[in-house]
Design a protein around this ligand. Structure first.
Ligand SMILES: [Zn+2]
Length: 186
């Protein structure tokens, strides 16, 4: 509960007036469980509330926040003019506002309010992309067939490297034997 770390009404109502409010009680519970002291928790909560207010002023939803917003928010703290937060964020607690915002975002991700950012899908090797493009343009090969070719080509590239000029018959036969064996057991 928010009131377990402060009984100061003005502070409580300021925190409660921000978009972070519905999530602050469980955020505090998580920080208490992690072993932070009430004074540090108050600063982190202040950072979280400030972050949510800053997002609102940028017409962004808290639920859509990501790590890149935390970086922008940290830069904002250096020149903050948010009513009620300006003084504290410009002084020594600026770092804690950024840290509080970061912990708050992680907490929102942990409880499923904010989606975890999907890892960037790995780019296919250029040789494979070129091959797929050529097969589509000149042979009219369908996506489904290309996926099957793609798996074999990726296996070749991983086993023999991405420089076809270095492949020789011996390498290809060894790959074919290993690949055939893998598929037997698949
Ligand atoms: Zn601000």
């Amino acid at each position: 509960m928010l009131s377990t770390v402060s009984s100061y009404q003005r502070w409580l109502s300021q925190m409660r007036s921000t978009p972070a409010s519905p999530f602050l009680d469980c955020f505090v519970a998580t920080l208490v469980k992690a072993g932070y002291r009430p004074r540090t928790i108050r600063r982190f909560v202040r950072g979280a509330a400030h972050f949510s207010l800053w997002l609102k002023r940028r017409e962004q939803f808290l639920t859509e926040a990501s790590a890149s917003e935390i970086q922008r928010f940290k830069r904002h703290c250096a020149s903050c003019t948010c009513p009620g937060f300006m003084r504290s964020s410009r002084r020594h607690s600026s770092w804690r506002h950024g840290r509080g915002a970061g912990l708050f975002l992680r907490h929102l991700q942990d409880i499923g309010v904010v989606a975890l950012s999907a890892p960037a899908s790995p780019q296919p090797p250029p040789l494979l992309s070129d091959f797929c493009r050529w097969m589509q343009q000149h042979r009219g090969v369908k996506d489904q067939t290309l996926k099957i070719y793609g798996r074999v080509i990726l296996d070749v590239l991983r086993s023999l490297g991405d420089d076809p000029s270095r492949y020789d018959a011996r390498h290809l036969r060894a790959f074919e034997a290993a690949h055939g064996k893998r598929n037997e057991f698949a």
